[in-house]
Design a protein around this ligand. Sequence first.
Ligand SMILES: *[C@@H]1O[C@H](CO)[C@@H](O)[C@H](O)[C@H]1NC(C)=O
Ligand SMILES: *[C@@H]1O[C@H](CO)[C@@H](O)[C@H](O)[C@H]1NC(C)=O
Ligand SMILES: *[C@@H]1O[C@H](CO)[C@@H](O)[C@H](O)[C@H]1NC(C)=O
Ligand SMILES: *[C@@H]1O[C@H](CO)[C@@H](O)[C@H](O)[C@H]1NC(C)=O
Ligand SMILES: *[C@@H]1O[C@H](CO)[C@@H](O)[C@H](O)[C@H]1NC(C)=O
Ligand SMILES: *[C@@H]1O[C@H](CO)[C@@H](O)[C@H](O)[C@H]1NC(C)=O
Length: 940
Amino acid sequence: MGNRWGLGLHFIIVTIIMVATINTCLGARNINSTVACFEHERLALLKFKHSVRDDNGMLSSWVGNDCCRWERVMCDGVTGHVESLYLSRDEDFILVSKELSTSLGELRHLKHLDLSGNAFRGNQIPEFIGSFKQLTYLNLSNADFSGIIPYHIGNLSSGVIENRLIAHDVNWISGLSLLEHLDLSSVNLTGLKILDVVLYMAPSVKVLSLSDCGLLINDSCLLRNLSTTLSNIKHLDLRGGNIFTGKLPHFFQNLTSLQFLDLSFVPLGASSNFANLLSVIPSLVELHLSYCSYLKETHLSHILHNLTTLSNIQYLDLSSNMLTGSIPESLKKLKMLQVLDLSHNDLMGPIPTFHGKLKELYLSGNYLNGSIPESIGRLSGLTALSLDENKLSGTIPVSISIGQLSKLRSLDVSYNSLEGAVSESHLANLLMLEDLNTAYNSKLAFNLSHEWLPPFQLIHIDMSSCKTENGFPQWLRNQRKLQRLVLSNTTISGPLPTWLRKMPIIPVMDLSHNNLSGPLTNLPNGVANVDDEDFIEPVLFLQNNTFSESIPRSLCKRTDLVCLDLSKNRLTGEIPKCFKNLQNLRFLRLSSNGLSGTIPSFIGHLSILGSLNLNDNNFSGELPAELWNLSELLVLDLGDNVFCGKIPEWIGEKIKSLQVFRLHKNNFTGGIPRSLCTHINLQILDVAHNSLTGTIPHCLGELQGMHDSHYGVGINKPIEEGLVQVIKGSSLEYTNTWNYVKNMDLSSNKLVGDIPVELTTLQGLMGLNLSNNHLSGCIPDHIGNMKALNSLDLSGNELGGMIPPSIATLTFLSYLNLSNNKLSGQIPTGNQLQTLIDPSIYAGNKDLCGPPMPKNCSNPDDPTITPNKKYEATHEPNKVWFYMDIMCGSATGFWGVIVVLMLKKQWRNKLFMFAEESMDKIHVAIMVRVNKMRRGRGAI
Ligand SMILES: *[C@@H]1O[C@H](CO)[C@@H](O)[C@H](O)[C@H]1NC(C)=O
Ligand SMILES: *[C@@H]1O[C@H](CO)[C@@H](O)[C@H](O)[C@H]1NC(C)=O
Ligand SMILES: *[C@@H]1O[C@H](CO)[C@@H](O)[C@H](O)[C@H]1NC(C)=O
Ligand SMILES: *[C@@H]1O[C@H](CO)[C@@H](O)[C@H](O)[C@H]1NC(C)=O
Ligand SMILES: *[C@@H]1O[C@H](CO)[C@@H](O)[C@H](O)[C@H]1NC(C)=O
Ligand SMILES: *[C@@H]1O[C@H](CO)[C@@H](O)[C@H](O)[C@H]1NC(C)=O
């Protein structure tokens, strides 16, 4: 759904809700009725029941004679007719149907019908709905209905477009004379204008939602005055997916009762025309203007200048607009303001003094500097404060606590440069605190005593890369509601405290990058809190500590885990058998420990595993056939162990999606299986330092993933992933960035035969290492086609003939080793080779001549010179193509940047840091959004 319809709305939403008194009837059950239910209505309900799939038994009480006693059915207490059906999805209850029975049409006295949230995929909105003459409430939202809105509700012409509702005219609305709430969000109204909708609308409509409709929002000639209709609208949602012609149309001035306006994702015309217009709607209480991309580079004060006339405004969202300037003091004129969101703009300067009634303040993702003002402590109603991702410095003012912030639930100051100590007095009055995020303030130190008992119960805490004094935070022991505990890189050392074991299981726990030691037996092991509200992927990160002894069986209780990282510790023993229970694992990393034994056959049970890293341990034995059950594996790293046997042929046949296959430094024997060539996504193939024999399969040239510079999809992983690759003669560890690396390392084996010319078609390959084998023949002439190569090592073979001059066209080559072969003739010159002047590159080839070797080949009769000249002539056109390709390559994005920067060694590290950071940022931004959406539910 990449089009403008797809702004997060995956479901088709049609809500037509009549009569504004919306009872929330989720809890409604049968009531005592004095009369029994009508037989034809009972049969109609049963027929409906049989037309849906009801796995969790939403309709399980629909048995017996008196349908008025069934759950979710309500009858009129006097007449006994079925009056209401509450069939909305709730929690685990969902109805699924491809062919819905029309029997509900029998319920002629229905007043309230709610079918929202169910999965009626492929069904049109049933026509019988039009025959409910007494209907006052109808909710069909998110029920995945498709097709046209039926004739009986409206008067529409036909046309079904993919599972989306479409309406070619809207005069059917005019029949709904009592309508107060009209929600046509995501209905395809392309071709219509907003005033067409308004024209047919009853003046009783107060709530109008037209988001994502493809409507044209402009001024148009009107046949009749709509002043009354417009002036009754209180709530107008035009978020995203509509067509604005630039300016806000003038009829906005006639919306004189408007309280709620959402224009998010609407490209508003530059400058403050719209602010000027909005400023004449003083009734506005809630205004959403986020992602209005055309506000770009507008000075915030210009917009606020006009908006300050909105004296009733309580909720103002201007987030994600690239607004510039500082936060003006004039904001204090908005005396009623309760929620202010200026996050993800380009605002600078200090945080001003805010006044009054503010409940939620979001300033994340700007360039605000200076310290957090003491005055924030006076905002006694504040429940959420987000100051993350700015340039704030100084200490956290104690006023945050000794002030009046006793209602604060969420405090986020992460990604700043705050310093000093966080002491008990900072936190003492935050009675309601649930979310605390201070991550990435590396000079901030938590100095809390062992005895301290916090007055709050945290749900989320993130202190990554802050300092913790006094060892493992003892004050956590009374925090019984934790869902997310992140203490990564917080300088904690010593064993896990024993009280931790009795804590409820914490779904997301990250204790990585510390100096924690001892066994893992004290991990939380109590009964988990169940929190339906939160959508979290359970993870356990303990990497880069000094945990020792064996992996405890108690860990197997964590069957919820999606990611488990125990790498870089001192764990010993085997993988416990009960690991087969961890069937939700997508990521299992046990690298760099002292683990031993074979890969257990039960590994096949972990069938959705995407990444398995067992490298750098003492695992031995052959690869078990059960590995092939792991058909979703993207990364298989078994390097630096003592595995033996052949590389099984099924590796290519069964595991199709592999992107990284690493067997580096083991005792594998036999040949390189041809089936590897079918891994079309393979980007990193490393079987170096084994005892592989035979020839290099020619079909390796078919590895599509190495052909071009497209990156693999990567695991959608919230985590770092270390992958060591020897490129340019030294080991590099790629963390989040391996998706950008394409490398083939077959070095230090016993491979014989030629270098297959097909390899030169791998134009995306950045590193090729075939060194220390017994390869013979020549270096392929077209080696210059491997445009992305920046590391080429063919040393220690028996390669003969001349060095093909095309090698000089490898513009990005910064590491070359051709030593210890039988190469002869003149060393090609020009381009990139000019920079590779270390004679050791060519050492051990006794017949090579010309610079940088001491041996001169100035003798014009030397037979080796002439062919080289010939080469140069024939390869000229290639060179031209090559440069054109590079230019196109860079124009198409990131790849160009990466390759160019790879040239300079010192830049490379920075670049990878950049790539990682930007990914993190994107992740952070998304999380911020998600969190906010969650919080938003509680707003106003
Ligand atoms: C229904 O009637 C029973 C007794 O007949 C009574 O205990 C119960 O509270 C009534 N329920 C409702 C919802 O009125
Ligand atoms: C909306 O409907 C029009 C026809 O009225 C069609 O051309 C257009 O593709 C539809 N848009 C979407 C996103 O379905
Ligand atoms: C808006 O109101 C003005 C008078 O205040 C009226 O002339 C104009 O027609 C109205 N516009 C619409 C679209 O109703
Ligand atoms: C909005 O601001 C502009 C200048 O920025 C001013 O000319 C205009 O009168 C203001 N409109 C209102 C309604 O205050
Ligand atoms: C740990 O924190 C320090 C600053 O205190 C930072 O420089 C380093 O990059 C962090 N390491 C990790 C792995 O996050
Ligand atoms: C391991 O943790 C230490 C802090 O204890 C950190 O400085 C270092 O960068 C981490 N190493 C890796 C590879 O992340």
